[in-house]
Design a protein around this ligand. Structure first.
Ligand code: NAD
Ligand code: TYD
Length: 354
C-alpha cells in the first residue's frame, strides 16, 4: 500500500491511473479537492477497489496520522501543492500554507509513523517529494541546463514555496534520517491538465474562438515533458532512487512559448479546422508580461538516465499530438472544469492585461 497526496490534480491523477494499471498494490489518495482537484479525473478507476480516495489536507496532522496507522503504507508520494505561478502572484497565501506549512505537517506525521516502525519496515519506507525545476531560477540563453547541483534561486512565490518544501524534506533526511527522495521535473503537459496553464489554455481558448494570450514577447523558454513520462520517472525513483538524493526529470525539449502556441494552432488547424478556413494562429494576442517572469528553464536529465536507466517514451511531437487528441475528445471534462471559480480566475488574471 502507498499513500499518494494530490492525486486528484493533473499529474497526481495521471500517476494514480497509471499505478492502478501497472501494479497490484493498492493506494490511498488524499486530496483536498481545491479548484485544481477533480474527482472526474479519476472516473476511469472509480470502481477499482485498489484505489481508496480520502478528501483532506496534507496540513491536517491528525488525519494523516490516522491514515498512516490504519493503512500502514510503505511509501508516501507527495504531489499535493498549489501549482500555478500566476495564482501565486495574485494570492501567495495558499502557497505558503499548503506548500510550506502543509509539507511540514505531513513530514511531521510521517516522521512519527516511520519512527515507530519495526527495523525492516523502517529501512524499506520511502517519502518521495515531487518538486519542480522552477526552484533553480532562470537560465541565461547559453547557460548549461540545470543539474541537481545548481543553486536554488527561486523567483516567484510558487517556486519559493516549493524550494522551502524541498529544503524541509532534505532536512528531515539529514536530521532525522527519514528515507526521502526528491524529484525536480520540468513543465508537464498531457491529459487532465487544468486550462489555466499554457498548453491546455491555448487549446480550449482556440476552440472557443477566444484570444490566445502570449505573455511579453513569447520568447521565454520552458522544457516540456509528457505527463506519463513524469509518472514513469517517479515510479522508477521510488523503486531504485538512492536515499536523500534528488533527481532532475526532463525530456530535453526546450521550446519558446510562441513556438508552443504556434504548434498547438497548426495541429488544431489540421484536426479541427476553423469554420472560416483561417488558422487558429490569427487568435494569438500578445499581452502584458507576467511580473518577474523567468526567461528560461532547462533540465539536465543525465543523472536519472545514467543511474536509474530512465528515459521518456514520448518526444514532444508524439506527446503534443496525444494531448490535442485528448482535449478534442474530452469536451465534457473541459466544460465541467470551466466552473464559476474558473471564470473568476480568467477575469482576475487576464482582465487587467493590455
Ligand atoms: P495541480 O494543481 O493540478 O494539482 C494539485 C493537487 O493537489 C490538486 O488535486 C489539489 O486539490 C491538491 N491539493 C492542493 N492543496 C492541497 C492540500 N493542502 N492537501 C491535499 N491536497 C491538496 O498540480 P500538478 O500540476 O498536478 O502538480 C503536482 C505536483 O507536481 C506539485 O507539487 C507541483 O509543484 C509539481 N510539479 C508540477 C509540474 C507541472 O508542470 N505541472 C512540473 C514539475 C513539478
Ligand atoms: P505555465 O503553464 O503557467 O507554467 P510555468 O509558469 O510554471 O512555467 O506557463 C508556461 C509559460 O507560458 C510561461 O513562460 C508563462 C507563459 N504563459 C503565457 O504566455 N500565457 C498564458 O496565458 C499562460 C497561462 C502562460
Amino acid at each position: 500500500m502507498i499513500l499518494v497526496t494530490g492525486g486528484a490534480g493533473f499529474i497526481g491523477s495521471n500517476f494514480v491511473i497509471d499505478w492502478v494499471a501497472e501494479s497490484n498494490e493498492p493506494l490511498i489518495n488524499l486530496d483536498k479537492l481545491t479548484y485544481a482537484g477533480n474527482l472526474q479525473n479519476l472516473a476511469e478507476i472509480q470502481d477499482d477497489s485498489r484505489h481508496i480516495f480520502v478528501q483532506g489536507d496534507i496540513g491536517d496532522k491528525k488525519l494523516i496520522a490516522e491514515l498512516l496507522e490504519q493503512h500502514k503504507p510503505r511509501a508516501v508520494v507527495n504531489f499535493a501543492a498549489e501549482s500555478h505561478v500566476d495564482r501565486s502572484i495574485t494570492g501567495p497565501d495558499d502557497f505558503i500554507q499548503t506548500n510550506i506549512v502543509g509539507t511540514f505537517n505531513l513530514l511531521e506525521a510521517v516522521r512519527a509513523y516511520w519512527s515507530a516502525l519495526a527495523d525492516r519496515e523502517k529501512a524499506d519506507f520511502r517519502f518521495l517529494h515531487v518538486s519542480t525545476d522552477e526552484v533553480y531560477g532562470s537560465l541565461k540563453p547559453d547557460a548549461p541546463a540545470f543539474t541537481e547541483n545548481h543553486p536554488y534561486e527561486p523567483n516567484s512565490p510558487y517556486s519559493a514555496s516549493k524550494a522551502a518544501s524541498d529544503h524541509l524534506v532534505r532536512a528531515y533526511h539529514h536530521t532525522y534520517g527519514l528515507p526521502v527522495l526528491t524529484t525536480n521535473c520540468s513543465n508537464n503537459y498531457g491529459p487532465y491538465h487544468f486550462p489555466e496553464k499554457l498548453i491546455p489554455l491555448m487549446i480550449v481558448n482556440a476552440l472557443a474562438g477566444r484570444p490566445l494570450p502570449v505573455y511579453g514577447d513569447g520568447m521565454q523558454i520552458r522544457d516540456w515533458l509528457f505527463v506519463k513520462d513524469h509518472c514513469s520517472a517517479i515510479r522508477r525513483v521510488l523503486q531504485a532512487g538512492k536515499l536523500g538524493e534528488t533527481y532532475n526529470v526532463g525530456g530535453w525539449n526546450e521550446k519558446a512559448n510562441i513556438d508552443i502556441v504556434r504548434t498547438v494552432c497548426r495541429l488544431l488547424d489540421e484536426q479541427k479546422p476553423r469554420a472560416d478556413g483561417k488558422s487558429y494562429s490569427e487568435q494569438i494576442t500578445y499581452v502584458t508580461d507576467r511580473p518577474g517572469h523567468d526567461r528560461r528553464y532547462a533540465i539536465d536529465a543525465s543523472k536519472i538516465e545514467r543511474e536509474l536507466g530512465w528515459k521518456p517514451a514520448e518526444t514532444f511531437e508524439t506527446g503534443i499530438r496525444k494531448t490535442i487528441d485528448w482535449y478534442l475528445t474530452h469536451g465534457d471534462w473541459v466544460a465541467n472544469v470551466q466552473s464559476g471559480s474558473y471564470r473568476e480566475w480568467v477575469e482576475t488574471n487576464y482582465g487587467n492585461r493590455k
